[in-house]
Write a protein that binds this ligand. Structure first.
Ligand SMILES: Cc1cc2nc3c(=O)[nH]c(=O)nc-3n(C[C@H](O)[C@H](O)[C@H](O)COP(=O)(O)OP(=O)(O)OC[C@H]3O[C@@H](n4cnc5c(N)ncnc54)[C@H](O)[C@@H]3O)c2cc1C
Length: 388
């Protein structure tokens, strides 16, 4: 590959792919990023948590492989002897189920166990013994990750991939791509809003929530939209020893962050495309999140919201899973987006596999065929029950 790879979008997927192209294959990427401050990038606004508690093998394998990478990221991405720190905290996820959800919890647990994930299915009494601060009155069972789950600093991950990729020869350009594909039929050719053009041997669309208009120019109808998700920062004197990331049966989640907690839940009503990021739905906290938190953790009685932020899920409206691989009908065009809330935890494994596909035409580490863009064309959804 003499001309290298053009990557549109320098978020975690684009930056990590640039790193793996250089580190494992000696191939140079030119990464085109229109907002180098990452003001609106999902990777900078993420809750950055990682779990093995999915219901499909491919999602579990992706998170396991990525966790391995995150555990050794200091060695992998050190630049000039400086090892990046990402604050990886492995304290598990706890999925709680009422009687109505127990069968699903058990079915998911069976898949997780078959993949070697250390997840315990616990009855209410056992939950209460492990986490005395948790109200389990209405809980029928819970599944708790015993290791390999937790959270980290997503922005540090993004910057670590970017720095190391640059150290290995990748170029990051401040560039707003408006056109992919040249008039003469060359696909790895892009034109930017300021008139600059870039060429390569292959093209990767990694533009997150903004990928669909680019894919459309190559004739691919990408079902990915920008869907706002609010995160609330909470101060509370509550001491919750061993607190994991808790997923309440109501859909509300919370986890420790610094000296306090963060929390969120799916939006109410219309999940509109492109809702402005500064329009935080504070009523969502008052009407939905707060009652669920107070019910689940009595010690949250004294709790206040100190801040809030929102970012876009690059939401795959077809089946809420990543869309990764070669774009149908184009040998040199690839895509990696649509992870719908589980992208930053899968980024290392996805990027490593994408780099293999782009340079060698095949997957060597993990077979990402289940995430193929072709499944959208063939209307074959990948059904994942644990989408948060
Ligand atoms: C509130 C929130 C909570 C989340 N929680 C989790 C979690 O707990 N765990 C998890 O795994 N994931 C989580 N996610 C999802 C995760 O953050 C994303 O899946 C991941 O960051 C996507 O990375 P990306 O590189 O595809 O997209 P982005 O980080 O958005 O990067 C895409 C980049 O492309 C650039 N771009 C777009 N169009 C163009 C163009 N035309 N020209 C040039 N550049 C362009 C953008 O500026 C952007 O920087 C969360 C997301 C949000 C918003």
């Amino acid at each position: 590959m003499t001309g290298g790879v053009l990557v549109v979008g320098g978020g975690v997927i684009g930056a990590a792919t640039a790193y793996f192209l250089a580190a494992r294959h000696g191939v140079r990427a030119t990464v085109l990023e229109r907002e180098p401050t990452y003001r609106r990038a999902s990777s900078a606004l993420s809750a950055s948590s990682i779990r093995q508690q999915f219901s499909t093998e491919i999602n579990i394998r992706l998170s396991q492989a990525s966790l391995d990478f995150y555990r050794r990221i200091g060695d992998e991405l050190a630049v000039d002897g400086t090892r990046p720190g990402i604050g990886l905290t492995e304290r598990g996820y706890l999925f709680l189920a009422t009687a109505a959800g127990v069968d699903t919890l058990r079915a998911n647990h069976a898949v997780q166990q078959a993949c070697g994930a250390r997840v315990s299915l616990l009855q209410p009494a056992a939950l209460q013994a492990r986490l005395p601060w948790l109200n389990v009155n209405d809980v029928a069972a819970g599944s708790l990750g015993e290791d390999g789950e937790g959270w980290f600093d997503g922005y540090s991950v993004l910057q670590a991939f970017r720095r190391k990729a640059i150290a290995l020869g990748a170029a990051f350009e401040s560039a707003d791509v408006e056109r992919v594909g040249g008039d003469d039929g060359r696909i790895a050719h892009v034109r930017c809003v300021d008139g600059r053009c870039f060429e390569g041997d292959a093209l990767l669309i990694a533009a997150g929530a903004w990928s669909a208009p680019l894919a459309a120019q190559l004739g691919y109808d990408l079902p990915v939209r920008a869907r706002k998700r609010d995160v609330f920062v909470l101060a509370s004197p509550a001491e919750l020893p061993g607190c994991p990331l808790v997923i309440d049966p109501s859909g509300v989640w919370f986890r420790p962050e610094g000296r306090g907690f963060i929390a969120g839940c799916p939006p109410r009503g219309d999940d509109a495309d492109d809702a402005p990021l500064d329009a935080i739905d504070h009523g969502l906290f008052d009407d939905v999140i707060w009652p669920a938190l107070a019910q689940r953790v009595p010690a949250f009685e004294a709790l206040r919201v100190t801040a809030a932020w929102a970012g876009y899920y690059e939401y795959n409206t077809f089946d809420q899973n990543g869309i990764v691989g070669r774009l149908p009908g184009h040998a040199e065009a690839f895509i990696g987006c649509g992870f719908s809330g589980h992208g930053i935890q899968q980024a290392p494994a996805v990027a490593q596999a994408l780099a293999e596909l782009i340079t060698r035409g095949r997957y060597d580490t993990l077979d990402l065929a289940p995430l193929s863009p072709q499944r959208i064309v063939e209307r074959r959804p990948l059904l994942e029950r644990n989408v948060i």
